[in-house]
Design a protein around this ligand. Structure first.
Ligand SMILES: *Cc1c(COP(=O)(O)O)cnc(C)c1O
Length: 362
Protein backbone atom coordinates (compact mmCIF):
# COMPACT_ATOMS: atom_id res chain seq x y z
CA UNK A 1 0.00 0.00 0.00
CA UNK A 2 1.35 3.40 -1.04
CA UNK A 3 0.06 6.24 1.13
CA UNK A 4 2.23 8.92 -0.39
CA UNK A 5 0.66 12.23 -1.40
CA UNK A 6 2.14 13.25 -4.76
CA UNK A 7 2.76 16.98 -5.18
CA UNK A 8 4.61 16.14 -8.39
CA UNK A 9 3.62 18.26 -11.42
CA UNK A 10 2.11 15.43 -13.47
CA UNK A 11 1.48 12.60 -13.12
CA UNK A 12 0.26 13.77 -9.78
CA UNK A 13 -2.25 13.03 -7.05
CA UNK A 14 -5.45 11.57 -8.50
CA UNK A 15 -8.66 13.55 -8.03
CA UNK A 16 -10.20 12.20 -4.79
CA UNK A 17 -13.23 10.67 -6.52
CA UNK A 18 -11.14 8.66 -9.02
CA UNK A 19 -11.00 5.41 -6.96
CA UNK A 20 -14.79 5.27 -6.70
CA UNK A 21 -15.23 5.98 -10.42
CA UNK A 22 -12.56 3.40 -11.23
CA UNK A 23 -14.51 0.83 -9.20
CA UNK A 24 -17.71 1.63 -11.03
CA UNK A 25 -15.86 1.39 -14.34
CA UNK A 26 -14.71 -2.12 -13.44
CA UNK A 27 -18.18 -3.16 -12.32
CA UNK A 28 -19.65 -1.77 -15.55
CA UNK A 29 -16.85 -3.46 -17.56
CA UNK A 30 -15.97 -0.18 -19.29
CA UNK A 31 -12.69 -1.76 -20.43
CA UNK A 32 -14.56 -4.31 -22.50
CA UNK A 33 -17.24 -2.29 -24.26
CA UNK A 34 -17.00 -1.49 -27.97
CA UNK A 35 -15.97 2.00 -28.93
CA UNK A 36 -18.72 1.82 -31.56
CA UNK A 37 -21.41 1.10 -28.98
CA UNK A 38 -24.13 3.47 -27.83
CA UNK A 39 -22.68 3.20 -24.33
CA UNK A 40 -19.37 4.62 -25.52
CA UNK A 41 -21.11 7.41 -27.43
CA UNK A 42 -22.80 8.41 -24.17
CA UNK A 43 -19.47 8.35 -22.32
CA UNK A 44 -17.92 10.54 -25.03
CA UNK A 45 -20.87 12.96 -25.07
CA UNK A 46 -20.87 13.20 -21.27
CA UNK A 47 -17.17 14.10 -21.13
CA UNK A 48 -17.54 16.72 -23.88
CA UNK A 49 -20.66 18.30 -22.36
CA UNK A 50 -18.97 18.43 -18.95
CA UNK A 51 -15.90 20.14 -20.36
CA UNK A 52 -18.05 22.64 -22.26
CA UNK A 53 -19.79 23.57 -19.03
CA UNK A 54 -16.65 23.66 -16.86
CA UNK A 55 -14.65 25.80 -19.29
CA UNK A 56 -17.62 27.82 -20.62
CA UNK A 57 -16.62 26.83 -24.11
CA UNK A 58 -18.34 28.79 -26.93
CA UNK A 59 -20.40 27.04 -29.60
CA UNK A 60 -17.78 27.48 -32.31
CA UNK A 61 -15.33 25.23 -30.42
CA UNK A 62 -14.95 21.47 -30.81
CA UNK A 63 -13.42 19.03 -28.33
CA UNK A 64 -11.06 16.32 -29.64
CA UNK A 65 -9.36 13.49 -27.75
CA UNK A 66 -5.80 12.55 -28.65
CA UNK A 67 -3.04 10.57 -26.97
CA UNK A 68 -1.22 13.44 -25.24
CA UNK A 69 -0.35 17.13 -25.45
CA UNK A 70 2.83 16.10 -27.23
CA UNK A 71 0.71 14.59 -29.97
CA UNK A 72 -1.38 17.78 -30.18
CA UNK A 73 1.80 19.78 -30.95
CA UNK A 74 2.49 17.57 -33.94
CA UNK A 75 -1.11 17.54 -35.17
CA UNK A 76 -1.38 21.32 -34.76
CA UNK A 77 1.57 21.89 -37.06
CA UNK A 78 0.54 19.24 -39.59
CA UNK A 79 -3.04 20.48 -39.79
CA UNK A 80 -2.86 24.23 -39.45
CA UNK A 81 0.54 25.40 -40.71
CA UNK A 82 1.69 25.58 -44.29
CA UNK A 83 5.02 27.32 -43.81
CA UNK A 84 5.67 29.03 -40.53
CA UNK A 85 4.89 29.18 -36.82
CA UNK A 86 5.95 31.56 -34.05
CA UNK A 87 6.60 30.45 -30.47
CA UNK A 88 7.02 32.10 -27.11
CA UNK A 89 9.70 30.08 -25.34
CA UNK A 90 10.70 30.23 -21.68
CA UNK A 91 11.34 26.62 -20.74
CA UNK A 92 11.44 23.03 -21.87
CA UNK A 93 7.81 22.47 -22.89
CA UNK A 94 7.50 25.66 -24.94
CA UNK A 95 10.88 24.86 -26.54
CA UNK A 96 9.66 21.39 -27.46
CA UNK A 97 6.70 22.77 -29.45
CA UNK A 98 9.11 25.09 -31.31
CA UNK A 99 11.36 22.12 -32.14
CA UNK A 100 8.38 20.08 -33.31
CA UNK A 101 7.74 22.59 -36.11
CA UNK A 102 11.36 22.33 -37.21
CA UNK A 103 11.35 18.54 -37.05
CA UNK A 104 8.33 18.55 -39.34
CA UNK A 105 10.39 20.51 -41.85
CA UNK A 106 8.69 23.89 -41.46
CA UNK A 107 9.99 27.29 -40.42
CA UNK A 108 9.72 28.20 -36.75
CA UNK A 109 10.55 31.55 -35.22
CA UNK A 110 10.65 32.25 -31.52
CA UNK A 111 10.71 34.95 -28.88
CA UNK A 112 12.72 33.48 -26.02
CA UNK A 113 13.32 34.72 -22.49
CA UNK A 114 15.50 33.06 -19.82
CA UNK A 115 14.27 30.12 -17.75
CA UNK A 116 12.22 31.26 -14.71
CA UNK A 117 11.05 34.42 -16.46
CA UNK A 118 7.66 35.39 -17.80
CA UNK A 119 7.18 37.53 -20.90
CA UNK A 120 6.96 41.27 -21.34
CA UNK A 121 3.98 40.84 -23.65
CA UNK A 122 3.46 44.50 -24.68
CA UNK A 123 7.02 44.49 -26.07
CA UNK A 124 6.60 41.36 -28.22
CA UNK A 125 6.23 41.66 -32.00
CA UNK A 126 4.60 38.75 -33.81
CA UNK A 127 5.96 38.23 -37.36
CA UNK A 128 3.24 38.95 -39.93
CA UNK A 129 4.16 35.69 -41.67
CA UNK A 130 3.35 33.51 -38.62
CA UNK A 131 0.36 31.26 -39.32
CA UNK A 132 0.32 29.78 -35.83
CA UNK A 133 1.24 31.69 -32.66
CA UNK A 134 2.16 29.28 -29.86
CA UNK A 135 1.64 30.73 -26.38
CA UNK A 136 2.60 28.96 -23.20
CA UNK A 137 0.20 29.88 -20.41
CA UNK A 138 1.93 27.76 -17.79
CA UNK A 139 5.52 26.59 -18.36
CA UNK A 140 5.65 23.54 -16.10
CA UNK A 141 9.43 23.23 -16.24
CA UNK A 142 10.06 26.67 -14.70
CA UNK A 143 6.81 27.64 -12.99
CA UNK A 144 6.34 30.81 -15.06
CA UNK A 145 2.77 31.67 -16.06
CA UNK A 146 1.17 34.18 -18.43
CA UNK A 147 -1.85 36.16 -17.20
CA UNK A 148 -4.97 35.72 -19.35
CA UNK A 149 -5.17 39.50 -19.90
CA UNK A 150 -1.80 39.29 -21.65
CA UNK A 151 -2.82 36.29 -23.74
CA UNK A 152 -5.72 38.41 -24.96
CA UNK A 153 -3.30 40.98 -26.42
CA UNK A 154 -2.05 38.59 -29.10
CA UNK A 155 -5.15 38.81 -31.30
CA UNK A 156 -4.18 42.37 -32.15
CA UNK A 157 -0.49 41.55 -32.56
CA UNK A 158 -0.91 38.61 -34.92
CA UNK A 159 -2.04 38.84 -38.53
CA UNK A 160 -5.80 38.47 -38.89
CA UNK A 161 -5.71 34.89 -40.16
CA UNK A 162 -3.04 33.62 -37.72
CA UNK A 163 -4.23 30.98 -35.28
CA UNK A 164 -3.48 31.51 -31.60
CA UNK A 165 -2.72 28.33 -29.65
CA UNK A 166 -2.46 28.19 -25.88
CA UNK A 167 -0.67 25.46 -23.95
CA UNK A 168 -2.64 25.23 -20.70
CA UNK A 169 -1.57 21.65 -20.03
CA UNK A 170 -0.70 22.16 -16.37
CA UNK A 171 -3.16 24.93 -15.50
CA UNK A 172 -6.64 24.26 -16.87
CA UNK A 173 -9.29 24.64 -15.47
CA UNK A 174 -7.65 27.44 -13.46
CA UNK A 175 -7.22 30.17 -16.11
CA UNK A 176 -10.54 31.75 -17.15
CA UNK A 177 -9.78 32.14 -20.84
CA UNK A 178 -11.58 34.46 -23.20
CA UNK A 179 -12.00 31.84 -25.93
CA UNK A 180 -12.90 34.53 -28.46
CA UNK A 181 -9.35 35.89 -28.23
CA UNK A 182 -7.64 32.58 -29.04
CA UNK A 183 -8.24 29.69 -31.45
CA UNK A 184 -7.08 26.56 -29.66
CA UNK A 185 -6.33 25.53 -26.09
CA UNK A 186 -5.04 22.12 -25.06
CA UNK A 187 -4.22 20.06 -21.97
CA UNK A 188 -3.37 16.55 -20.75
CA UNK A 189 -5.44 14.82 -18.09
CA UNK A 190 -2.58 13.80 -15.78
CA UNK A 191 -1.98 17.36 -14.61
CA UNK A 192 -4.85 19.45 -13.18
CA UNK A 193 -7.56 16.91 -13.92
CA UNK A 194 -6.04 14.38 -11.53
CA UNK A 195 -6.31 11.36 -13.84
CA UNK A 196 -3.98 8.61 -15.01
CA UNK A 197 -2.03 9.77 -18.10
CA UNK A 198 -2.96 8.75 -21.61
CA UNK A 199 -5.27 11.43 -22.96
CA UNK A 200 -4.69 14.83 -24.53
CA UNK A 201 -7.64 17.19 -25.00
CA UNK A 202 -7.67 19.67 -27.88
CA UNK A 203 -10.21 22.51 -27.80
CA UNK A 204 -10.24 24.17 -31.21
CA UNK A 205 -12.47 26.64 -33.04
CA UNK A 206 -13.93 26.85 -36.54
CA UNK A 207 -10.93 28.86 -37.75
CA UNK A 208 -8.56 25.95 -37.02
CA UNK A 209 -10.92 23.56 -38.78
CA UNK A 210 -11.20 25.82 -41.84
CA UNK A 211 -7.42 26.10 -42.03
CA UNK A 212 -6.97 22.31 -41.98
CA UNK A 213 -9.63 21.89 -44.67
CA UNK A 214 -8.01 24.58 -46.82
CA UNK A 215 -4.57 22.99 -46.53
CA UNK A 216 -5.98 19.58 -47.43
CA UNK A 217 -7.81 21.09 -50.41
CA UNK A 218 -4.50 22.54 -51.61
CA UNK A 219 -2.95 19.09 -51.49
CA UNK A 220 -0.95 19.42 -48.27
CA UNK A 221 -0.62 16.22 -46.26
CA UNK A 222 -2.33 16.85 -42.93
CA UNK A 223 -1.76 13.39 -41.51
CA UNK A 224 -3.98 10.36 -41.63
CA UNK A 225 -6.14 9.04 -38.78
CA UNK A 226 -5.62 12.06 -36.53
CA UNK A 227 -6.08 14.81 -39.10
CA UNK A 228 -8.60 17.38 -37.87
CA UNK A 229 -11.25 16.44 -40.50
CA UNK A 230 -10.84 12.72 -39.72
CA UNK A 231 -11.22 13.27 -35.97
CA UNK A 232 -14.13 15.68 -36.44
CA UNK A 233 -16.12 13.37 -38.66
CA UNK A 234 -16.08 10.80 -35.85
CA UNK A 235 -16.48 13.32 -33.01
CA UNK A 236 -19.75 14.52 -34.59
CA UNK A 237 -21.06 11.01 -33.86
CA UNK A 238 -19.50 10.99 -30.36
CA UNK A 239 -16.80 8.59 -31.48
CA UNK A 240 -13.09 8.50 -32.15
CA UNK A 241 -11.26 7.24 -35.25
CA UNK A 242 -9.20 4.64 -33.38
CA UNK A 243 -9.96 2.46 -30.38
CA UNK A 244 -9.36 5.13 -27.73
CA UNK A 245 -8.49 5.18 -24.05
CA UNK A 246 -12.14 4.55 -23.14
CA UNK A 247 -11.40 4.26 -19.43
CA UNK A 248 -9.70 7.67 -19.29
CA UNK A 249 -12.48 9.34 -21.29
CA UNK A 250 -14.97 7.78 -18.87
CA UNK A 251 -13.00 8.97 -15.82
CA UNK A 252 -12.58 12.44 -17.33
CA UNK A 253 -16.35 12.75 -17.75
CA UNK A 254 -16.89 11.69 -14.13
CA UNK A 255 -14.20 13.96 -12.65
CA UNK A 256 -15.39 16.93 -14.71
CA UNK A 257 -18.92 16.25 -13.44
CA UNK A 258 -17.56 16.36 -9.88
CA UNK A 259 -15.70 19.58 -10.69
CA UNK A 260 -18.89 21.09 -12.07
CA UNK A 261 -20.75 20.15 -8.89
CA UNK A 262 -18.10 21.93 -6.87
CA UNK A 263 -18.12 24.82 -9.34
CA UNK A 264 -15.20 26.13 -11.34
CA UNK A 265 -15.17 29.38 -9.34
CA UNK A 266 -14.75 27.49 -6.08
CA UNK A 267 -11.93 25.43 -7.61
CA UNK A 268 -10.19 28.58 -8.82
CA UNK A 269 -10.53 30.32 -5.45
CA UNK A 270 -9.22 27.29 -3.63
CA UNK A 271 -6.29 27.03 -6.05
CA UNK A 272 -5.33 30.66 -5.44
CA UNK A 273 -5.64 30.29 -1.65
CA UNK A 274 -3.44 27.17 -1.59
CA UNK A 275 -0.92 28.85 -3.89
CA UNK A 276 -0.69 31.84 -1.53
CA UNK A 277 0.00 29.51 1.36
CA UNK A 278 2.89 27.89 -0.51
CA UNK A 279 4.37 31.13 -1.85
CA UNK A 280 4.15 32.82 1.58
CA UNK A 281 6.14 29.96 3.04
CA UNK A 282 8.74 30.04 0.24
CA UNK A 283 9.15 33.81 0.67
CA UNK A 284 10.18 33.48 4.28
CA UNK A 285 12.01 30.15 4.09
CA UNK A 286 15.78 30.00 4.64
CA UNK A 287 16.06 26.95 2.38
CA UNK A 288 13.74 27.78 -0.51
CA UNK A 289 13.03 30.87 -2.60
CA UNK A 290 10.41 31.26 -5.35
CA UNK A 291 12.21 30.67 -8.65
CA UNK A 292 10.06 33.15 -10.59
CA UNK A 293 10.89 36.63 -9.30
CA UNK A 294 7.97 38.62 -10.67
CA UNK A 295 4.88 37.72 -8.60
CA UNK A 296 2.69 38.50 -11.66
CA UNK A 297 4.34 35.63 -13.50
CA UNK A 298 4.26 33.02 -10.75
CA UNK A 299 2.17 29.99 -11.56
CA UNK A 300 -0.55 29.13 -9.04
CA UNK A 301 -0.62 25.47 -10.18
CA UNK A 302 3.04 24.50 -10.67
CA UNK A 303 5.13 26.26 -8.06
CA UNK A 304 8.89 26.17 -8.52
CA UNK A 305 11.45 27.05 -5.84
CA UNK A 306 15.22 27.24 -5.77
CA UNK A 307 16.51 24.99 -3.00
CA UNK A 308 19.73 25.01 -0.97
CA UNK A 309 19.12 21.38 0.01
CA UNK A 310 19.36 19.06 -3.04
CA UNK A 311 15.91 18.14 -4.33
CA UNK A 312 16.62 14.42 -3.89
CA UNK A 313 17.40 15.07 -0.21
CA UNK A 314 14.20 17.11 0.22
CA UNK A 315 12.23 14.19 -1.17
CA UNK A 316 14.11 11.65 0.92
CA UNK A 317 13.09 13.51 4.06
CA UNK A 318 9.52 14.08 2.89
CA UNK A 319 9.15 10.40 1.98
CA UNK A 320 9.29 9.49 5.67
CA UNK A 321 6.05 11.43 5.99
CA UNK A 322 4.46 10.03 2.84
CA UNK A 323 4.87 13.14 0.74
CA UNK A 324 6.64 13.77 -2.56
CA UNK A 325 7.34 16.99 -4.45
CA UNK A 326 8.71 17.22 -7.99
CA UNK A 327 12.43 17.58 -8.57
CA UNK A 328 13.67 20.43 -10.75
CA UNK A 329 13.36 20.02 -14.52
CA UNK A 330 16.37 18.94 -16.59
CA UNK A 331 19.54 20.63 -15.45
CA UNK A 332 17.70 22.10 -12.42
CA UNK A 333 16.99 18.59 -11.15
CA UNK A 334 18.76 19.09 -7.80
CA UNK A 335 18.71 22.89 -7.45
CA UNK A 336 14.97 23.36 -7.70
CA UNK A 337 11.84 21.68 -6.45
CA UNK A 338 8.43 21.84 -8.14
CA UNK A 339 5.23 21.70 -6.11
CA UNK A 340 2.00 20.88 -7.90
CA UNK A 341 -1.06 22.68 -6.59
CA UNK A 342 -3.81 20.98 -8.53
CA UNK A 343 -7.56 20.66 -7.80
CA UNK A 344 -6.81 17.14 -6.51
CA UNK A 345 -4.69 18.58 -3.69
CA UNK A 346 -6.94 19.46 -0.76
CA UNK A 347 -6.26 22.57 1.34
CA UNK A 348 -5.52 20.20 4.24
CA UNK A 349 -2.89 18.33 2.22
CA UNK A 350 -1.25 21.58 1.14
CA UNK A 351 -1.25 22.86 4.72
CA UNK A 352 0.29 19.60 5.90
CA UNK A 353 3.02 19.86 3.24
CA UNK A 354 3.87 23.46 4.19
CA UNK A 355 3.94 22.56 7.90
CA UNK A 356 6.26 19.64 7.21
CA UNK A 357 8.60 21.69 5.03
CA UNK A 358 8.75 24.34 7.79
CA UNK A 359 9.56 21.72 10.37
CA UNK A 360 12.19 19.91 8.30
CA UNK A 361 13.94 22.77 6.51
CA UNK A 362 12.88 26.14 8.06
C1 LIG B 1 3.20 17.87 -19.42
C2 LIG B 1 3.22 18.99 -20.39
C3 LIG B 1 3.18 18.79 -21.78
C4 LIG B 1 3.23 17.42 -22.39
O1 LIG B 1 2.15 16.65 -22.00
P1 LIG B 1 2.13 15.07 -22.38
O2 LIG B 1 0.82 14.63 -21.87
O3 LIG B 1 3.30 14.46 -21.65
O4 LIG B 1 2.29 14.97 -23.83
C5 LIG B 1 3.14 19.89 -22.60
N1 LIG B 1 3.15 21.13 -22.12
C6 LIG B 1 3.20 21.38 -20.80
C7 LIG B 1 3.22 22.77 -20.31
C8 LIG B 1 3.24 20.31 -19.89
O5 LIG B 1 3.29 20.55 -18.58
Amino acid sequence: MNNKVYFTPGPSELYPTVPQHMNTALQEKIGSISHRSKQFQEIFAHAVAGLRQLLQLPENYEVLFLASATEIWERAIQNTVQQESFHLVNGSFSARFFETTQELGLKAQKHEVPFSEGFDVPGITVPASAELVALIQNETSSGAAMPVAEINLFREKASSDALIYVDAVSSLPNPAFDFSKVDAVYFSVQKCFGLPAGLGVWLLNDRCIAKAEALAAQGQTIGSYHSIPAMLSKAKANQTVETPNVLDIYLLGKVVEDMNSKGVEAIREETEAKASLIYEYLEQSKTFTPAVENPQHRSPTTIVANTLVPASEVNKRLAEFDMAVGSGYGKYKETQIRIANFPAHSPEQVKALVEKLKELFE
